[in-house]
Design a binder for this molecule. Structure first.
Ligand SMILES: *Cc1c(COP(=O)(O)O)cnc(C)c1O
Length: 253
């Protein structure tokens, strides 16, 4: 994976970058609101997670200044270092990528929402470390909705057993891991129609699980720069948007 860029590597100068980031943030938000309204949903029901894995802490801080207070990183080390550098209690952190168990202890002080829980071992590690550190965090189970061999995420048929396991593990404790939704990525190279089908599948799965287990799963994290309108139409509550927020700033964008 490419290293996050610093301001020396931007496509434009600092003042231009700051104003582009403000414009991009505003246009993504209006587009998300309009899409929600067109689908008969309240604009408040969809939150934009600004994915900042492409840029260093300084450029990330310009997005925060533009008004984005939900920041998503896919590498836990980068999340942890930005959490320390930016030191801003108004930021809600999102660990959106794959997470190894040996990274959990150092990640938890940021109290991130963990989007990509796809195994019982990771779920247990998160819950147990939360108890050790007396913390509560929210987490989402990542589902492999595209059913491609190489994709990340839990196979659909393993979701119900994992939820039942989580309830037994966490049921009576106040601190710990709170599972409150599902996450998915559309398969690479899927067109908008195929992506929409996969997002619909995640929503239907959520509805089934809520009725079969009684566990409430209000959050659906789905949709990125290229497919968020389809995700919102299918019920996304969190959209994870990176590239579009840094358009004109990233050397390749
Ligand atoms: C990078 C990333 C995103 C953002 O993708 P863009 O296409 O840049 O908007 C969303 N979700 C995950 C899990 C990612 O790794």
């Amino acid at each position: 994976m490419a290293e996050p860029i610093s301001k020396q590597q931007m496509k434009c100068d600092e003042a231009t970058a700051k104003s582009l980031i403000v414009d991009n943030w505003n246009s993504v938000n209006s587009s998300v609101s309009e899409t929600a309204q067109r689908c008969g949903r309240s604009p408040d029901s969809v939150r934009v997670v600004g994915v900042t894995k492409y840029v260093d802490a300084e450029i990330t801080s310009w997005l925060v200044e533009a008004g984005c207070h939900d920041l998503g990183e896919n590498r836990p080390q980068l999340l942890e270092s930005k959490f320390q550098t930016l030191d801003d209690s108004n930021i809600r952190w999102h660990q959106i990528g794959n997470l190894q168990r040996n990274k959990v202890r150092r990640l938890l002080p940021a109290e991130p929402l963990v989007h990509a829980i796809a195994s019982e071992r990771l779920l247990d590690a998160l819950h147990n470390e939360c108890l050790l550190q007396s913390r509560s965090i929210d987490g989402l189970i990542e589902i492999n909705v595209s059913e491609e061999e190489a994709k990340t995420g839990l196979p659909i048929d393993q979701l119900e057993p994992l939820l039942v396991h989580w309830r037994e593990l966490a049921g009576s404790s106040n601190a710990g891991l709170n599972i409150n939704g599902l996450m998915a990525m559309a398969g690479w190279g899927t067109d908008e129609t195929a992506a929409a089908r996969q997002f619909a599948k995640l929503r239907e799965l959520r509805d089934q699980m809520e009725s079969s287990t009684g566990i409430s799963l209000p959050e659906l994290s789905m949709g990125m720069s290229g497919d968020y309108p389809a995700a919102i139409a299918e019920g996304a509550t969190l959209v994870r948007i990176g590239t579009r927020l840094f358009q004109g700033v990233l050397p390749t964008g």
